[in-house]
Design a protein around this ligand. Structure first.
Ligand code: BDR
Length: 317
């Protein structure tokens, strides 16, 4: 059984990633930690509880984490995910925040990983604030992880939030810097460009959502806002060549839960630009091996998209 801890800013694609892991028979989710990002951390907690309820898995503990980046102002992605983070399609009988654990997310990350040394895959699909604070409190945390799977960063200078910054890194560049430099454990990165180059077709999306299940109906409702507001315009026309549907966070999850998903990756040292006038939050990939660091991350390059589609399908079964 693969033990997974998930750190999210539950948004629509975070929900898709969580549902993917919940559906996998050999995966045990030890907890879901929440952080600011796509929406405020309170909404993130509510959204995770909604997802768990739809999947009948409210026994999984949910922890509230940090509400702001280490420096600077909070960013959100309401234009894409809806103001509530899940497409502004509320459930009348959504679970209440009293179900959130009393223990905070940072403490939970440190405790859960310590309870299962060498066994936990930490999947981070959000700004990396919780993880950055956790490693500063417990510098031994990374050596106890089996692996760290991040959706975030970019491999060229094209951002999706700032000129050069991908959302999860732009929403807390200092945290991204700390994580990429302090987590000296096997680290896998699903970058923005990687997700764009591995998008699924709209035909697949229709087929996926047409499954006759309660989970598919839920997904259809929460996903509509993103489909309407964004795919048709900014992302597809300006930033990404070609048409298609991207579930960014699900790629990081698939990498963590399916050993055969990654076919090829670049093994390079990475860091984050913190000081650039235009390039703050851009991920730096050290192709020339000039950074004074030996730790390298696996930057996903080629994956098995058939397996990915299968995992996506199962998520809504
Ligand atoms: C990332 O930003 C968020 O809006 C998505 O949930 C994903 O984690 C993509 O840049």
């Amino acid at each position: 059984v693969k033990k997974v801890l998930v750190d999210v800013d539950c948004g629509v694609d975070d929900a898709q990633a969580i549902m993917m892991a919940l559906a996998a028979p050999d995966v045990q989710i030890l907890g879901i930690t929440c952080v600011h990002g796509n929406t405020c951390v309170e909404n993130v907690c509510k959204n995770v509880l909604r997802v768990l309820k739809v999947c009948g898995r409210l026994e999984i503990p949910v922890f509230k984490g940090v509400s702001k980046p280490l420096l600077g102002n909070v960013l959100d992605a309401g234009h894409f995910h809806g103001a509530d983070g899940l497409g502004d399609a509320p459930d009348p009988d959504a679970p209440g925040l009293e179900l959130v654990q009393e223990e905070g997310a940072v403490s939970a990350i440190i405790r859960i990983v310590s309870e299962h040394p060498g066994e936990v895959s930490l999947v981070a699909t959000a700004p990396l604030t919780n993880l950055a604070v956790a490693v500063k409190l417990d510098p031994t945390l990374p050596q106890k992880l089996k692996g760290l799977y991040i959706m975030g960063g970019n491999t060229d200078s094209r951002g999706n939030t700032t000129i050069c910054g991908e959302f999860n890194f732009a929403a807390d560049p200092e945290a991204a810097y700390i994580v990429l430099n302090d987590y000296l454990c096997p680290t896998y990165i699903a970058s923005w460009e990687f997700t764009c180059h591995n998008k699924l077709t709209w035909e697949f999306c229709d087929y996926w959502l047409a499954q006759d299940t309660h989970k598919a109906q839920f997904m259809k409702r929460i996903f509509q806002h993103s489909i309407d507001s964004c795919y048709s315009e900014r992302i597809e026309k300006e930033l990404v060549a070609g048409n298609g549907f991207i579930s960014c966070d699900s790629y990081a999850m698939a990498a963590a839960i399916d050993d055969k998903f990654i076919i090829e990756s670049d093994h390079k040292a990475v860091t984050v630009e913190l000081a650039g006038v235009h390039s703050r939050a851009m991920m730096i990939v050290d192709h020339l091996e000039m950074l004074p660091k030996s730790h390298k991350a696996y930057i996903l390059k080629k994956v098995d998209l058939e397996r990915f589609k299968e995992l996506m399908m199962n998520a809504l079964k």
